[in-house]
Ligand binder design. Structure first.
Ligand SMILES: [Ca+2]
Length: 155
């Protein structure tokens, strides 16, 4: 009996300690431990990140194939869409580029389209967009170009 009580208390403790949202605010869609929001308005990558910050989040980071497919569905009509990946835009990083996410999470997954990232025609492309090409993968692109975007936040 005592063992069962301890077990139940442990379950209760972990349930209370779970910070994952049970649901997201209006206009946001839950996936895993985060809430996501597709922004149809065309913005530069920097404008898009600032907009996401004004909503209490960042441009979305992506960490799995399933998460990526969810975002593909969320981006209505699958237009080219900014996500939070960038390599800092430092001109010295033409090769061996070091990617990071604006939300500070680890860059532990990628879904580059064939031949990407490529700094196309020798022009620096420091920012990542999704829904690129027939297979809807990732492309590095010039940050000043204006596209749809997807934000994420933890609540
Ligand atoms: Ca590219």
């Amino acid at each position: 009996m005592g063992v069962i009580m301890v077990f139940l208390l442990l379950i209760a403790t972990f349930s209370l300690g779970d910070a994952r949202p049970s649901r997201c605010n209006r206009g946001w869609q839950k996936f895993g431990s985060r809430c996501f929001r597709f922004e149809e308005t065309l913005r530069s990558w920097t404008e898009a990140e600032h907009h996401c910050q004004s909503l209490g989040g960042h441009l979305a980071s992506v960490h799995s194939w399933k998460e990526s497919r969810f975002l593909e569905t969320l981006s209505v009509g699958s237009p080219l869409t900014w996500i939070g990946g960038n390599d800092g835009g430092r001109p010295e990083l033409r090769k061996d580029r070091r990617w990071s996410w604006t939300d500070g999470s680890g860059f532990n997954y990628h879904e580059w389209a064939q031949g990407e990232p490529n700094n196309y025609n020798g022009v620096r492309e420091p920012c990542i967009q999704m829904n690129f090409g027939e297979k809807h993968r990732w492309n590095d692109e010039v940050c000043e170009k204006r596209f749809a975007s997807v934000c994420s936040r933890s609540h």
